[in-house]
Design a protein around this ligand. Structure first.
Ligand SMILES: [Fe+2]
Ligand SMILES: [Fe+2]
Length: 278
């Protein structure tokens, strides 16, 4: 039987055992689903382009979707547009916000490192929306994710400057996930899940009207959550009874190894070149 989906990790913090691909802090995945192809997030620099070539993936004409505006998910946009040519780029309007991470009392720019106009000159055809939308039959972007659980949400080190120059917590309203509606349930691809992985899975069910989540992959931000974030996430994942748990990127080593121990037969170590076919 023909597979319903193919997801290949193009950019991730680790290259695992492979010798031919490059790793960097960031995330990007290549998706084939329902006869269409899509790039979800871009990584930080040019590694997604390099890795796609090594992995034999032709990106010409492939549209792009962005999970949020952070540099490690958007910094590869210019190099990818050189490969794709003019294509739709799906995102939330806040994706262009100037934003920072606070580390040791210093603010580091961590927003998208390009002007919208420059990207448009390179062929980006921006399609911006705050709301959930079905970009192709059975392929959804969640739009803004309501913060409904009590153990997920804001990261005090992600900030923006208010109109009067005050440092305020970045609400990261642009954070969204890609959702594939498969015959047996949903497969959800996360960028950083700044809204929370469980909030995102709940919202994915709501917007698609499908209440079974088959699998989840991508950045979970569990490495940056509060004290009860990981145990309560594990409890919620048990209740959801996923078949595939393939976290990457901002999950971090400690949370990823805890998930691997808790879900040994469902966990996939998701690095550059990992391919999930369902
Ligand atoms: Fe990230
Ligand atoms: Fe992020």
């Amino acid at each position: 039987m023909k597979p319903e989906m193919r997801v290949v990790t193009l950019c991730e913090n680790s290259a695992g055992l492979r010798r031919d691909v490059l790793a960097e802090h960031g995330f990007s995945a290549y998706v084939e689903f329902g006869g269409i192809r899509l790039i979800f997030d871009t990584g930080q620099t040019t590694t997604s382009v390099h890795n796609a070539r090594v992995l034999g993936i032709d990106l010409a004409g492939v549209p792009i979707a962005l999970s949020h505006g952070h540099y490690d998910h958007t910094g590869g946009l210019a190099s990818l547009l050189e490969e794709t040519g003019p294509v739709p780029v799906y995102a939330h309007p806040d994706v262009f916000d100037a934003r920072y991470s606070r580390r040791g009392g210093v603010l580091w720019q961590n927003g998208i490192p390009f002007d919208r106009e420059a990207l448009e000159e390179m062929g980006a055809e921006f399609s911006l929306s705050r709301n959930a939308r079905e970009i192709s039959s059975g392929l959804w972007l969640t739009g803004e994710v309501p913060r409904s659980t009590d153990f997920e949400g804001t990261d005090e080190n992600q900030v923006i400057l208010s109109e009067n120059g005050e440092i305020v917590i970045d609400p990261l309203l642009d954070d969204q996930a890609l959702v594939l509606v498969l015959a047996r349930g949903l497969f959800v691809l996360l960028g950083c899940a700044h809204s929370g992985m469980i909030n995102t899975l709940i919202h994915a069910g709501r917007v698609t009207g499908v209440d079974t989540v088959l699998g989840v992959a991508g950045g979970t931000h569990l490495g940056f959550g509060g004290e009860d974030n990981l145990p309560k996430t594990i409890e919620a994942l048990r209740a959801l009874d996923l078949e595939i748990l393939a976290p990457s990127h901002c999950t971090g080593f400690a949370a990823a190894s805890t998930l691997a121990a808790e879900f040994p037969d469902r966990f996939i170590l998701n690095n550059v070149g990992t391919e999930i076919v369902l």
